[in-house]
Write a protein that binds this ligand. Structure first.
Ligand code: ADP
Ligand code: MG
Length: 695
């Protein structure tokens, strides 16, 4: 039986009463299988002893000592026992026994004891109040598991019930990893892994158990990715090619226009007539990368397997247009498109752009957010369900319960790193619901947060990946200046000159309102300051997430049209906002922002052909890592490089918010830290799938 199949309720384990079932449930532990798969988050090595003088190099130490004396302090009910101990090196320490007066009898002077605890200096002596104490020789040397806990259950209790579960149900657990994989990668069988994780005899067993569990987790993940890819595309994800091209295996009605997308390395796909017409009306021509990607999108849309594609392109590389072009193709095939954006601001901007680019072609567009007034909403939902709308643009409201589509065939998720897997699944379900054959809709995910390629391939292994590498022509890289807060006047002077030349500027702050606890400039305060003192003759506006949507919309509109010249903001303008006439971005307390946020913010300027500038204003108390981050921003504008640097500086665990957004709900594995294991696990999984698919 597999561990996860042990469905016996956890209450049947000895020591688990009704009072324990509750806290266990908050840890998602309901069955014995869950309990045994509650892996330790760490282990305490009690096979070695330390001296008391090592107290500050480790969080907890394990010491052999002799009780020297007892002492009491406080009065009445507050009277508290202190046990004075001395270790073999002669160091003396006090154990403060809050609520444990009974220790007096158990550990009289001269008793030989073993202490495990954390020590610190207080009132001139070495002290511990968080310790475990026992007679020397009571327990054998051992390694103890440390579990995540919930209110109502102690570490000791957790250890006890897991030990009980192991004794009562821990036999005959089968491995999910096939035997040849275990042999090849030298992994112990599951029975041993479970034993070594919960009751290790030494630290080396814990290391092996952990490694094997991480391998297993990543193997199952890669196996699922491989399987999805096989089902959808009839092949495993390709990991060696650069920009993948899925070949069309013809089924859908294709375009009949003669114009062909020029590109070098992929099969050129003909354009749909609506697409050609839009491209002709543009004031610019598509970049070579945009053409390649468009060809890939068209191929996907005409293939049997459909589209499941991640489009990566740095800020300002022109992804939005590609989404609209894809929507036109889908419209010609008779389907609807939903474009999902993470913020109202961005959704509104897309809707405006769509109105400009698509409506002249007769495409019916709608804008749907959570804030839409009830009457308008009902009408819109009816039209959406009846097929009177071709392209709907909005926020997560697009996949709320009462939204029905007539025939949703393309889902575009912009800034996809902002959405979690569940949200993505919810909108794909809308497409499946509206299809008579229950087919999933085409999926195009767009991201400007570059994910290092190696990682992207592993995590999005079931997706095709397109990359826009080149920017539209005429773009000049943004010139970035670092400025100390005390030199801010010079930054203001610079901005004045740019404003005089007809351009516009953003000022970004880390907070909306002033805060008592941190000394940071806030958008609200600085708005007043900038408007009244620094730029009294320039129209300024304030925008942040707590300003009502209508007002935000008006402000953005006024900024885009040039009526407002200075926009004071928080990081709400981080994603997607596109105002080419804005040439200056001033970010105050730049050291408070992460690298990828800074990169996104800087990407708000330099969107036209005029030279643009970014000022990173830092406070005087700049830390070393803060300095390092700002230096990276100063030296490069390459988003992929910045992402790699971000990863290196911040360490593993949270690249571009992948973890929080729930792509990777791993228990033990961390695909960045465990990248080597990930590669092995993927090879193992794909080898197995390959062997299976040949049979
Ligand atoms: P992002 O990839 O960050 O979403 P956008 O789609 O917002 O970028 O495009 C940024 C700007 O570049 C927009 O103003 C868009 O009209 C413009 N643009 C897109 N493609 C081209 C092109 N081929 N030539 C010139 N400008 C372009
Ligand atoms: Mg965008």
């Amino acid at each position: 039986m597999f561990l996860r199949e042990i469905n016996v309720p956890v209450s049947s384990v000895r020591g688990v009463g009704p009072a324990t079932v509750k806290p266990l449930a908050t840890l998602e532990i309901h069955t014995v299988g869950d309990l045994l798969a509650h892996w330790p988050r760490d282990w305490e090595d009690r096979t070695e002893f330390h001296s008391l003088s090592q107290f500050d190099t480790r969080s907890k130490i394990h010491v052999k000592a002799t009780v020297v004396a007892h002492d009491w302090f406080g009065f009445g009910r507050m009277r508290t026992l202190k046990i004075i101990i001395r270790d073999e090196a002669g160091t003396v320490a006090e154990l403060v026994c809050f609520n444990r007066p009974f220790l007096e009898k158990q550990f009289p002077p001269d008793a030989r004891v073993v202490v495990y605890g954390s020590f610190r200096y207080a009132y001139g002596s070495l002290q511990s109040s968080a310790f475990e104490l026992e007679q020397d020789g009571t327990s054998p040397a051992r390694v103890l598991p440390v579990y995540a806990l919930a209110a109502g259950i102690s570490q000791t209790q957790m250890r006890k019930i897991i030990a009980n579960a192991l004794r009562e149900y821990g036999r005959g657990i089968e491995s999910e990893l096939p035997e040849p994989v275990r042999t090849r990668y030298q992994l112990p069988d599951k029975q041993l892994i479970v034993q070594w994780a919960h009751q290790p005899a030494n630290l080396s067993q814990t290391v092996q158990a952990r490694h094997a569990l991480i391998f297993e987790e990543l193997f199952l993940f890669e196996y699922a990715i491989g399987q999805r890819s096989l089902e959808r595309r009839g092949r495993l994800p390709r990991l060696d090619t650069d920009t993948e091209t899925s070949r069309a295996d013809t089924a859908q009605p294709g375009p009949n226009s003669a114009s062909v997308c020029q590109n070098s390395d992929s099969v050129p796909a003909a354009l749909f007539p609506l697409q050609s017409r839009l491209i002709e009306r543009l004031s610019f021509s598509l970049t070579p990368d945009q053409k390649t990607v468009l060809s890939e999108l068209n191929n996907d849309l005409q293939s049997n397997t459909g589209m499941a594609r991640l489009l990566q392109g740095d800020v300002g590389s022109g992804k939005t247009l590609l989404a609209f072009l894809a929507a036109l193709a889908v419209r010609e095939q008779g389907g609807q498109t939903a474009i999902l954006a993470p913020t109202e601001l961005l959704a509104r901007q897309h809707a405006d752009t769509a109105a400009r680019l698509l409506e002249p072609a007769g495409i019916r567009i709608a804008f749907l957010t959570g804030n839409l007034k009830a009457s308008g909403r009902t009408k819109l939902l009816e039209e959406l369900a009846a097929g009177g709308i071709d392209v709907v643009i909005g926020t997560h409201a697009l996949f709320s319960k009462n939204v029905r589509y007539h025939n949703l065939r393309l889902v575009v998720i912009d800034e996809q790193q902002r959405f979690g897997v569940l949200q993505r699944a919810a909108i794909l379900d809308k497409g499946r619901e509206s299809d008579p054959d229950d087919r999933p809709p085409n999926l195009l995910m767009m991201s400007a947060t570059p994910i290092p390629r190696t990682l992207a391939l592993s995590v999005f292994g079931d997706l095709d990946v397109s990359v826009i590498k080149t920017m539209p022509p005429g773009r000049k890289p943004v010139i970035t200046h670092l400025a100390a807060k005390k030199n801010e006047e010079r930054v203001y002077d610079f901005i004045r000159r740019e404003l005089a030349a007809g351009y516009q500027a953003y000022f970004v702050y880390p907070l909306i309102d002033p805060s008592d606890s941190v000394e940071l400039a806030s958008a609200t305060d600085m708005f007043t300051h900038l408007r009244e003192r620094v730029f009294p003759d320039t129209p300024c506006a304030l925008i942040h997430s707590r300003i009502p949507e209508d007002e935000q919309r008006e402000t953005m509109h006024a900024f885009r049209s040039g009526k407002i010249r200075i926009l004071v903001a928080t990081s709400v303008v981080e994603v997607g906002v596109d105002v080419p006439n804005a040439t200056c971005m001033v970010i105050e307390h730049a050291e408070r922002f992460g690298l990828s946020a800074l990169h996104q913010l800087r990407g708000r300027v330099g969107r036209g052909s005029t030279q643009s500038y970014c000022f990173l204003v830092f406070s005087d108390k700049l830390t070393e890592s803060g300095k390092a981050r700002l230096r990276v921003m100063h030296e490069t504008t390459d988003g992929f490089l910045i992402a790699e640097e971000d990863l290196r500086l911040r360490g593993p665990g949270d690249i571009a918010g992948i973890q929080q957004s729930g792509y990777l709900a791993f228990t033990l594995a961390d695909p960045i830290r465990d990248y080597e294991i990930l590669l092995e696990a993927r090879t193992a999984a794909f080898d197995l799938l390959e062997a299976g698919s040949k049979r």
